[in-house]
Design a protein around this ligand. Structure first.
Ligand code: DO4
Ligand code: MG
Length: 283
C-alpha cells in the first residue's frame, strides 16, 4: 500500500484502487499496525478515479512528512566507509569512518526539519561554499512513536564532500542546510518488512546525458534496520514518530560533483522513483 500526501488530502493506493483519506497526516501514520489500519480505511473511504489521482500527483504532491524529524545513519555500507576514508585521508580523519563501521554503536545524525525537505519534483540544493557535492540515495524508514518500523520511503541525503572531507567535525554543515534532503514520492506500507534483496538505484543526468548510475541491494548494509531504529530511540522520544535515512551504498567517483541543473533519480523497488533537480539557493 502507498500513501501519497498532497495539498488536497492524503491518497491511499491499494493495488489498482485509490481512496481519499481525510485524516491529518501525523495522526494517520502514527499507528502500531499501520498496514492493518489502512486496510480497514479502504472499506470506508471515497474512491478516486485514475485521472483525478494523476492530476493531484502531478500538481499537488508533497513530501510524505508532517511534523517528524529526519535523522540519518552513516557508514552503514562498505562503499560509504571507503569513499569517506579516501576523502579525509589528507586531513587525518580517515580512522573515524573505519571505527564507526566496525563499532556496535552506529553513526546517527540529525538531518532535517520537515521544512527543509524537498518533495518529489522539487529542487534540492548544493551549498555555495562547497566545491564537491553528491546525492546519497538512501532507503528511509518511517518509525512510529513506539519505535517500530511502519513504512518506507526514498531519501536523498544531499552532502558536501569538500566540507566533510576537510574535517569530520564539519559534518553538520556538510549535511544540514536548506533543501539538503528529499523524501518521496510516497510512504510505502507493505504487509511484511521490505525484503533484503530490494534494489536501490540512482541515475544522475546532465542535460539528458547519464553522468553516473549505480545500484545496490539493501542486503549489503552492515546493520539491520531494526537495529538502527532501536539505537535512535534509546534516549529520544518522537511523539509523532520519525524518519530515518539508512545510509548510502553508492558514491560517485571522486572526479564527479553535482552541477546546478542536474537531475537526480533514485529508485527503490516497491516504492517508486524520487526525482529532483539540483539548484543553488537564491541570495
Ligand atoms: O559519516 C558521515 C555521513 C555518512 C553518510 O551520510 C552515509 O554513509 O550515508
Ligand atoms: Mg548519507
Amino acid at each position: 500500500m502507498k500513501l501519497f500526501k498532497t495539498s488536497r488530502g492524503v491518497l491511499l493506493q491499494q493495488a489498482k484502487n485509490v481512496f481519499l483519506l481525510k485524516d491529518p497526516w501525523d495522526e494517520l501514520i502514527n499507528r502500531e499496525q499501520l498496514y492493518n489500519f489502512l486496510t480497514g480505511k479502504c472499506k470506508v473511504s471515497e474512491r478516486i478515479d485514475d485521472s483525478r489521482f494523476e492530476g493531484w500527483i502531478n500538481s499537488h504532491l508533497q513530501a510524505p512528512i508532517g511534523s517528524q524529524e529526519v535523522w540519518a545513519a552513516g557508514v552503514t555500507y562498505l562503499r560509504s566507509r571507503d569513499a569517506r576514508m579516501e576523502e579525509s585521508k589528507a586531513t587525518g580523519g580517515a580512522d573515524f569512518y573505519d571505527k564507526v563501521y566496525m563499532a556496535e554503536r552506529p553513526e546517527l545524525f540529525f538531518k532535517a526539519l520537515p521544512r527543509r525537505v524537498a518533495a518529489h519534483g522539487e529542487e534540492v540544493f548544493i551549498r555555495k561554499d562547497s566545491t564537491w557535492n553528491v546525492p546519497e540515495p538512501e532507503l528511509t524508514l518511517y518509525i512510529n512513536s513506539g519505535g517500530t518500523i511502519q513504512g518506507y520511503t526514498i531519501g536523498n541525503d544531499m552532502s558536501s564532500r569538500s566540507i566533510e572531507g576537510e574535517n569530520p567535525l564539519y559534518l553538520p554543515q556538510a549535511k544540514v542546510y536548506e533543501r539538503s534532503a528529499a523524501l518521496g514520492p510516497c510512504l510505502f506500507i507493505p504487509e511484511k518488512p521490505i525484503p533484503p534483496e530490494t534494489r536501490i538505484s540512482i541515475i544522475i543526468k546532465r542535460e539528458e546525458k547519464v553522468m553516473f548510475e549505480d545500484e545496490i541491494q539493501v542486503s549489503r548494509m552492515k546493520r539491520s534496520l531494526p537495529e538502527l531504529a532501536s539505537f535512535l530511540y534509546r534516549e529520544c522520544l518522537f511523539p509523532d514518530g520519525c524518519f530515518l535515512m539508512t545510509g548510502t551504498g553508492m558514491v560517485p567517483p571522486p572526479d564527479f560533483t553535482l552541477h546546478r541543473g542536474d537531475d537526480v533519480e533514485i529508485s527503490i523497488e516497491g516504492i517508486g522513483v524520487l526525482k529532483n533537480r539540483v539548484a543553488v539557493a537564491r541570495g
